[in-house]
Design a protein around this ligand. Structure first.
Ligand code: C5P
Length: 224
């Protein structure tokens, strides 16, 4: 039984990878399974929140009581999130959003030409969903924005810097870069006072701890 620390709150979460098309049957994606984001969605729902999950392609079932919008590309995720942001109390960006999309996708399957040159892909930068949502935070502090960071080294240094760069009150760093697809994780929470390590545990356990840490911080800001 989980205490209903987010009762009456609306929570928007992104999860999973994005898929950036090259042509109608090919694309560029990453190894995010969506497990951490789905665990956060489930934990927020258990805590009494109304949860909307904007998900890239995953094979995971929708957590009970959670509303889900499926998207593929980063731009589709951006549109779905920006359309849903008004009225949200909390935004948690867990998705592994592609930094770049293919600028020149083909609307037909690209054919292999005997002896021909391979296709040339050009890339363009995708919008930063988290930073854009964070920039909409009102004077009253909503939505309270939480980001995730997967750094392979110098997590403590990069984590603190990334939190400031994104303009968010709370950033969750994954310790090590072997979290993708795993059932366990260990995380570090960075806020304006410093950092706290949550040791290795199943993603659902960490997600429940994260939800109570978010609720604690909202209470401190007298937002709850
Ligand atoms: O900058 P970086 O990709 O390392 O930041 C990771 C955090 O930013 C995650 O919370 C991720 O969901 C979010 N993000 C985003 N849109 C992007 C890139 C990252 O929302 N285009």
């Amino acid at each position: 039984f989980q205490p209903k620390v987010l009762a009456g709150k609306r929570v928007l979460i992104t999860a999973g990878p994005t898929f950036e098309p090259i042509d109608p049957v090919r694309g560029i994606t990453n190894l995010s399974s969506g497990k951490m984001g789905y665990a956060v969605a489930r934990a927020a729902r258990e805590a009494g929140a109304e949860v909307l999950l904007v998900s890239g392609p995953t094979t995971l079932p929708t957590p009970h009581g959670v509303r889900r919008i499926d998207v593929q590309s980063a731009r589709q995720m951006y549109e779905a999130v920006m359309g849903a942001v008004p009225g949200q109390h909390i935004f948690v960006g867990v998705a592994a959003v592609a930094d770049w999309r293919v600028a020149n996708p083909s609307d037909q399957k690209v054919k292999k030409q005997e002896g021909g040159a391979p296709p040339q892909l050009r890339f363009e930068q995708n919008p930063d969903i988290l930073a854009t949502v964070a920039a909409t935070t009102s004077l009253s502090g909503w939505p309270y924005c939480v980001g995730f960071a997967a750094e392979s080294e110098n997590l403590l240094e990069f984590g603190a810097a990334k939190r400031e760069k994104k303009g968010i009150p709370l950033l969750v760093g994954n310790i090590g870069h072997h979290t993708f697809g795993q059932d366990d994780n260990s995380i570090v929470l960075f806020d304006e006072t410093g950092h706290t390590v949550l040791p290795r545990a199943p993603k659902l356990v960490l997600a429940r701890q994260l939800v109570s840490e978010i609720a604690k911080r909202l209470e401190q800001r007298s937002l709850l």
